[in-house]
Write a protein that binds this ligand. Structure first.
Ligand SMILES: NC(=O)c1ccc[n+]([C@@H]2O[C@H](COP(=O)([O-])OP(=O)(O)OC[C@H]3O[C@@H](n4cnc5c(N)ncnc54)[C@H](O)[C@@H]3O)[C@@H](O)[C@H]2O)c1
Ligand SMILES: [Zn+2]
Length: 360
């Protein structure tokens, strides 16, 4: 088991990574001195697999816990389900000291976190992320929220959990495609921040794909540590945090115009990161050999690295990038790498270079 401390002053908390953690929820709950009533929010796929263990652990610790389920998938991340959760919390008479446990992937974490941030103007919450993406990305950093018809994550709040339990046993049931998609964020941490992590991934990818627990404990903990370090230096996204968007400007645009659902987020940002690496070779001194290593690592993880594009598709992609909410004053700025392990944000990319990268 590994522990990562997230330093945010009075809102500091710890992330625990290892196996067998679901059954320890009750013990942690008691030591955090949270209220006697609690609600576990999960989705209809994850709840039948793991909720019983959580509920038993809470019950054994003397906590009165109820289960609330939402539908599975991105389309569940909407206000209607938030309202349903509020109604059930009220019916179960949850109060200010009561706690919400988010048990599931990023969809559950984002929605349950938003419910916790807003119900009674904020009650404590605990995250138990069950996808690789949720463990290394969405459960760290305090962003919560839901989608609107007009776009993703348009309503939300910054709200930190009291504890995050990353139980690697939950990967036993995680579909292969979801697991690989999560690896795209892990590889990102290597590129933006940590060359030794990148080398470890290069060396051990087959073992990682076999989901070796010891190795994953190390990799998940290191990924959380990196995200936590970046976020604690820039909690509300005014500077450094931008580096987490490496490969995301192009990735988000690919997701948007392919129709959400065609590519998983991790797949789209895998292509986006390869394109960003190619741009980095032109603009920020990343070597050709490093571009090849980056491309190769995504390939070894079973992720897509290219996307054949017609001219019309390229034009739509460029328009979609301008709509990205990270764009200020109509100018698309990129995070580009200087070498593996180091990036610069706020980089302007001349239009013809961008076209060249998208076309290749
Ligand atoms: N808050 C943030 O900072 C942040 C960062 C990145 C992504 N996100 C959000 O995260 C969401 C994506 O998260 P995700 O990729 O985890 O998707 P998800 O929550 O939809 O989970 C993917 C699928 O796997 C199922 N599942 C989850 N855990 C499982 C398990 N252990 N075994 C079997 N099936 C399981 C789910 O039911 C779902 O069908 C998006 O909404 C995105 O906006 C948020
Ligand atoms: Zn991402």
């Amino acid at each position: 088991m590994k522990r990562v401390a997230v330093a945010l002053g009075s809102r500091s908390y710890s992330i625990q990574v290892g196996s067998g953690l679901l059954a320890e929820l009750g013990r942690h709950y008691s030591s955090l001195k949270l209220g006697a009533r609690c609600a576990v929010i999960s989705d209809v796929r994850v709840a039948p697999l793991y909720a019983a263990k959580d509920l038993k652990s809470l019950k054994d610790a003397g906590v009165d816990a109820s289960l609330i389920t939402i539908p599975a998938g991105e389309s569940a991340k909407r206000l209607r389900n938030v309202e349903r959760c509020y109604d059930q919390l009220a019916a179960h008479r949850l109060e200010r000291k009561s706690c919400i446990v988010a048990l599931g992937g990023g969809v559950v974490g984002d929605l349950a976190g938003f419910v916790a941030a807003t119900y009674l103007r904020g009650i404590p919450f605990i995250q138990i992320p069950t996808t690789l993406l949720a463990q290394v990305d969405s459960s760290v950093g305090g962003k919560t929220g839901v989608n609107l018809a007009a776009g993703k994550n348009l309503v939300g709040a910054f709200y930190q959990p009291r504890l995050v339990l990353c139980d690697l046993d939950t990967f036993k049931t995680l579909p292969e495609r979801e697991f690989r998609a999560g690896l795209a964020e892990v590889i990102k941490y290597g590129i933006i921040y940590d060359a030794p992590l990148f080398r470890l991934l290069e060396k051990e990818m087959p073992k990682i794909l076999r989901r070796d627990t010891q190795l994953l404990t190390r990799i998940v903990a290191r990924s959380c540590e990196i995200k936590a370090e970046v976020v604690s230096q820039d909690e509300t996204e005014t500077g450094l945090r931008a580096i987490l968007n490496f490969g995301h400007t192009i990735g988000h645009a690919i997701e948007a115009i392919s129709g959400y659902g065609k590519f998983l987020h991790g797949e789209a940002i895998s292509i986006g990161q390869v394109k960003a690496a190619q741009l980095s070779a032109r603009l920020t001194g990343l070597s050709g050999a490093e571009v090849a290593r980056i491309t190769d690592l995504f390939r070894k993880a079973g992720l897509p690295t290219t996307l054949p594009m017609t001219r019309a598709f390229q034009a739509r992609l460029r328009d979609a990038m301008k709509l990205d909410k990270k764009v200020s004053a109509g100018e698309v700025k990129f995070v580009l790498a200087t070498r593996i392990g180091e990036v610069r944000w706020g980089q302007k990319v001349p239009a013809e270079l961008l076209d060249g990268a998208l076309g290749s």
